[in-house]
Design a protein around this ligand. Sequence first.
Ligand code: ADP
Length: 158
Amino acid sequence: MKRAIFPGSFDPLTKGHEDIIRRASTLFDELIVVILDNSQKVTLFSAEERLTLLHQATRKLTNVTCMVDSGLSVDFAKKHDACAIVRGIRSFKDYEYEMDIASVNRHLNANIETVFLQANHEYAFVSSSIIREMMKYKQDISAFVSEEVCEVLKNKDK
Ligand code: ADP
């Protein structure tokens, strides 16, 4: 039984994240998508709101569960008996950043592999920060987030 985790901020969840979740769910028996609220990062959406979006988006993926936690990815992976950490790579910038994190994680726990999935080229430029910026200026974000997420985000505004 191979279990992986996909950690992130998901502030908010984008079509790019969803694509990685879908693909990773076919590579492993179980996938845990985890909102890791570690750092001093100020987020637009509360952990609860981000978890609701994840639940909405993954409800048809039977081997995917979603959680919120704090602390290090490797510790979360070990606690949940996962063998891999999945991360998405959109660009060289992501690659450099992710390689550093993966190296530290390997140092902390060599039993847990980091698995990089290349971003789908359709979503390679999509980021949560772009969505947040667009939302700030009341722009249409439907090209970047799924219909379900779009509905939840619209209702938040009401
Ligand atoms: P973090 O704060 O941990 O970087 P994010 O929510 O921004 O959290 O991203 C979580 C993971 O999803 C990261 O591995 C990131 O590279 C990946 N990711 C973000 N946007 C996309 C996208 N459009 N396509 C593929 N992967 C993505």
